[in-house]
Design a protein around this ligand. Structure first.
Ligand SMILES: Cc1cc2nc3c(=O)[nH]c(=O)nc-3n(C[C@H](O)[C@H](O)[C@H](O)COP(=O)(O)OP(=O)(O)OC[C@H]3O[C@@H](n4cnc5c(N)ncnc54)[C@H](O)[C@@H]3O)c2cc1C
Length: 439
């Protein structure tokens, strides 16, 4: 209930941040209107601008705002609202282009007033921003390069749009409105400053040192970090943090990883990382004593959110086991007695990350562990193939619908298992997901 109320209040704050500037601009003295389409186009422009401002808030990773939804949901929200904001700004331009083309003036930047060129440039950058984000993978833009481009384009588009509004000056001529609009603008600029300068600065005061790098099965490495001069980080099992390794916290290269260590130990934080691309392939070369910074904890994928559940069912594929092993280790440290199931899909037996550790955890928990292999070795007695409804029906108890389900794995597996769980009539609200891909 608290989470629902919190979610409702954040959605209300969002609507207020977008609608209040519009309402303020319509109060009191108004410029002579040029008909419905003109006013409608202006409203779209201001709404698009306010939405652009809120976009910075959505990705600022304020823990209180992330808590009710989960940061991945906020990122999806950010993505779709960006398309909406861009469409509003584009419509703002299009309506004037059709209804009152003279108001747009010359296109040539050498002849046009600077603020009209700023408006056009802002729209162009916004379109570029949306296209490079929606089709990043298809355009083969590496994630880190895309992220730098994304931040650069977003800040530039926003500042150009502000310049356009200030330069045109319609609707904000009255001193009170100008003050309000300037205050609003300052708020967004301070927010950008907070995210890019203040937050990394506070991370710099809480560094970590690499204490150990352990090889795991399945091309994975466990990176163990010890806090350097502070007490470490308190987190809920299953949550994740953004890791910056060897670089300054102001550096944009940071990667999200789930805690695979027990939440009972905040003085030794571990992440189990599968070799996948440039950054993750470099983990094996990390040396003890090297510096790291963490931004976290984040995420709602945690057993701690369901204290009244009669039991838990975990389903993972490959390195998706990392947050689940973090939860199991924590539950073992807390002497948990509730029944637990872990259905763990992998390709080969020798690639099963945490294989030995899971056997050891069975001694400390009421845990039923089901390995499912797509390429089982000769003589394999266990389950093989994919995780299907039939398999789940066979290995889970009759009252499986009562439990909370935690699912983490590659997207195709996650989608397929969700369908299977729905076939088994597991209520949607009991299925919790962690996707290792945000965009
Ligand atoms: C909430 C969450 C928890 C995760 N937990 C784990 C974990 O415990 N263990 C593990 O091995 N992996 C985990 N990942 C995935 C991990 O973050 C990516 O595999 C890693 O960032 C890839 O970086 P790369 O440069 O090696 O690979 P690349 O080849 O550059 O990236 C491969 C793909 O990973 C994604 N990615 C890359 N960089 C980032 C980034 N900075 N932020 C978000 N996504 C990115 C992109 O979709 C990209 O296309 C998690 C991801 C998320 C979102």
């Amino acid at each position: 209930m608290r989470i629902v109320l919190s979610a409702i209040s954040w959605v209300s704050i969002y609507l207020a941040l977008v609608l209040v500037p519009l309402a303020v601009l319509t109060i009191g003295e108004m410029p002579p209107g040029s008909g419905f389409w003109w006013d409608f186009s202006m409203a779209l422009g201001f709404a698009g601008m306010a939405m652009m401002g809120v976009q910075f808030f959505l990705t600022a990773r304020f823990r209180r705002a992330c808590a009710p939804f989960g940061i991945d949901i906020l990122y999806y929200f950010h993505r779709y609202l960006a398309v909406l904001a861009c469409s509003f700004v584009f419509l703002h331009f299009l309506i004037i282009r059709i209804d009152n083309v003279d108001a747009l003036g010359a296109i040539n930047p050498l002849e046009a007033p600077w603020y009209m060129t700023a408006g056009r440039a802002s729209l162009l950058l916004l379109v570029l921003l949306v296209v490079t984000s929606l089709w990043r993978k298809r355009l083969r833009i590496p994630y880190d390069e895309w992220r730098m481009l994304h931040i650069g384009l977003a800040v530039a588009a926003f500042l150009l749009a502000l310049g356009h509004i200030e330069g045109v000056g319609y609707y904000i001529q009255a001193p009170a409105k100008r003050w309000l609009w300037t205050g609003y603008t300052l708020f967004w600029l301070l927010l950008i400053g907070h995210v890019r300068l203040v937050k990394p600065w506070s991370m710099r005061k809480r560094p970590y040192r690499v204490a150990e790098v352990r090889q795991e099965r399945g091309n994975s490495w466990t990176l163990s970090l010890a806090p350097d001069g502070h007490e470490g980080m308190r987190f809920e099992p299953g949550q994740f943090a953004w890791l910056t390794l060897r670089e300054s916290p102001w550096h944009i290269r940071e990667h999200p990883f789930s805690f695979s260590s027990s939440a009972a130990r905040q003085d030794r934080l571990e992440f189990t990382i599968k070799e996948l691309g440039d950054f993750t392939r470099g983990i094996r070369d990390t040396r003890t004593g090297e510096i790291a910074y963490l931004d976290g904890p984040y995420g709602v994928f945690s057993v701690d959110r369901y204290p009244d559940a009669p039991g838990f069912v975990f389903i993972a594929g490959g390195v998706g086991a990392a947050p689940i092993v973090g939860m199991l280790r924590t539950l073992a440290d807390r002497h948990e007695r509730r029944p637990l199931w872990f259905v763990y899909g992998n390709n080969r037996w020798e690639n099963v990350t945490f294989r030995e550790e899971l056997e050891a955890l069975k001694q400390r928990l009421d845990l039923r562990l089901v390995h499912v292999l797509t390429e089982p070795p000769a003589g394999w007695q266990g389950e093989s193939g994919f995780i299907t409804a039939e398999l789940l029906k066979k290995v889970l108890p009759g009252d499986a619908g009562e439990y909370e389900y935690f699912l983490c794995g590659p997207k195709p597996m996650s989608d397929a298992v969700q369908r299977e769980l729905r076939d088994l009539r597991v209520p949607l609200g009991r299925i919790h997901l962690e996707l290792f891909d945000m965009v």
